[in-house]
Design a protein around this ligand. Structure first.
Ligand code: FAD
Length: 491
């Protein structure tokens, strides 16, 4: 069994396959983040990015790329770092690279979607089963925990969230606590200076040295404990095609930490699970179809990609947001019930280490626009048809919330963080979803039609939107699909 990628879909597949007694090989293009650098730390922090921050870039590409309109990105050595941004014309897609995929870099927000919206997005999935069995299973295995509300009210590191909550409530919006996979007990001890700081030391998008239950500590550790898991790191899958003697020939490029090719290898696998993430899986499948390696893949492969309606925005004002800010968000503004523009906005930290009076938000909106991946024969690359105007519905929805908050608070938008005089961070996403949509490009469990033994198990199955931060949905759906595949195809 071969699994391409070690993010949420790949980790779930690996655990359940190995527990079923099946030898499983994960091929992961990123590294295993276990060895400390010369500073004694595995990951660098947000304030001092070095090569460990970005995947094979010579300059950082931060989500907030400006301060007072001045670019803040820094030159870094080219290295197989943990965070990647892939640019497709109008959008930069942020993704994790390494054993654990996005779980290494993300904010840990672990949100089960509203049931009615899940049913709208994935109508072919039995939601009774999801909400009684697979969401609870995913939350338990991910190690999701809740913040102690009493501690939240007094913790210096959540001053930023409390003032944003106060401004949201004053304007008539509801807020809700958001569960996380970062251990809130650990964070409490960080605040009390009892343990080394991570979330409270500006660590988040380039990895956390402590406190976070990323997949390498949960699903993948449990899979490894079966003795049936092998992981090849710095190995990138470049091709999958039927092998002459049966099964699939998988071509792999082995990299060194500067991105150079060390070796090209071909292995044969009976079955291949695509878990390279929405972008990675879609790129591979669309290329294989165009190059005649998997010619029978349906036309729906490559379709239905969305950014989960992501848009970033910040407010300026005189509210003290605090010099010490936890890298892990704990609150969201919930205006999803507004039919004219549903919004779930995470109150995001700006952990710069000094008081900057910035209220930052990552809004998740119900943006209906979808893009398509296509293979470009002249460049040999895969393009994505997302254009800048496609973010407009997200901006319109977010404006309904933040115009009202600003009006009530007497505050204004910051226009210096996403470029000179640019209010909206509308050219980036943390939440790529779709490209190989369940029950359209695959059957109702992720099987690719026409190719027995090829499966998709990651965020590419979800049609562009979950209405909340997506990894719990990706994990629960993978739990559902792998259970069916093991019992129906592998028993
Ligand atoms: P991924 O987790 O992206 O895993 C795919 C893996 O495949 C990667 O490890 C990649 O290196 C590997 N790969 C890709 N191509 C190949 C190839 N050709 N060969 C071999 N390996 C390959 N979501 C939330 O729910 N809550 C949050 O708080 C949150 N915050 C985020 C913050 C940031 C900065 C980012 C970038 C994302 C955040 N997300 C969050 C999104 C979440 O991390 C993703 O939705 C999730 O990781 C997607 O899971 P996946 O299994 O589809 O793929």
């Amino acid at each position: 069994m071969l699994v391409i990628g070690s993010g949420y879909g790949g980790a779930v597949a690996a655990l359940r396959l190995t527990q079923a007694g099946i030898q499983t090989h994960i091929v992961e293009m990123g590294q295993s983040w276990t060895t400390p650098g010369s500073d004694g730390k595995v990951f660098c922090d947000m304030l001092n990015p070095d090569g460990r921050s970005f995947w094979l870039k010579t300059k950082t590409d931060q989500p907030v790329g400006y301060f007072l309109g001045i670019p803040v990105n820094k030159t870094i050595p080219k290295y197989t770092g943990v965070l990647d941004t892939e640019s497709f014309g109008a959008i930069r897609v942020y993704q994790g690279r390494g054993v654990g995929g996005g779980s290494l870099v993300n904010g840990g927000m672990a949100v089960t979607p509203r049931r009615s919206y899940f049913e709208e997005v994935l109508p072919s999935v039995d939601s009774d089963e999801m909400y009684s069995k697979y969401f609870p299973r995913a939350n338990a295995a991910l190690g999701v925990n809740n913040i102690d509300p009493a501690w939240f009210e007094t913790a210096d590191c959540y001053q930023f969230a409390r003032v944003s909550r106060m401004r949201a409530h004053n304007a008539g919006f509801a807020t809700t606590f958001v569960p996380n996979v970062y251990d809130f007990d650990y964070m409490r001890r960080e605040a009390a200076q009892e343990v080394p700081r991570s979330a409270l030391a500006s660590e988040v998008i380039y990895g956390n040295n402590h406190g976070k239950k990323s997949l390498d500590k949960t699903y993948l550790a449990a899979a490894a404990a079966t003795g049936r898991l092998r992981i090849s790191t710095l190995h990138m899958v470049t091709s999958v095609a039927p092998a002459s003697g049966g099964g699939y020939a998988v071509e792999i490029r082995q990299l060194d930490t500067s991105g150079s090719t060390v070796a090209n290898k071909t292995v044969t696998a009976d079955r291949v699970f695509f878990a390279a993430g929405s972008v990675g899986t879609s790129k591979l499948l669309v290329s294989m179809r165009a190059q005649g390696k998997l010619p029978a893949l349906p036309s729906a492969v490559g379709e239905g990609w969305g950014n989960n309606g992501n848009v970033m925005v910040a407010r300026a004002g005189l509210d003290l947001t605090g010099a010490l800010q936890s890298g892990m968000p704990a609150l969201g503004i919930d205006n999803w019930a507004d039919p004219a523009g549903p919004v779930f906005a995470e109150i995001a930290p700006f952990p710069a280490g000094s008081e900057l009076w910035i209220n930052l938000y990552l809004a998740i909106t119900k943006n209906p626009n979808r893009a398509r991946f296509t293979f470009n024969a002249s460049t040999g690359k895969v393009d994505l048809s997302w254009t800048s105007g496609m973010a407009q519905p997200s901006i319109d929805a977010a404006k309904r919330v933040f115009d009202a908050i600003n009006k009530k608070a007497g505050t204004v938008y910051r226009t210096d963080l996403f470029g000179g005089y640019k209010t909206w961070g509308d050219d980036l996403t943390y939440h790529p979803l779709g490209g190989c949509v369940l029950n359209q490009a695959t059957d109702n469990y992720g099987r690719l039609p026409g190719y027995r033994g090829l499966y998709v198990v990651d965020g590419s199955l979800i049609p562009g939107s979950t209405g909340v931060n997506p990894f719990v949905t990706i994990t629960a759906l993978a739990e559902r699909n792998i259970e069916e595949i093991i019992s129906a195809d592998l028993a």
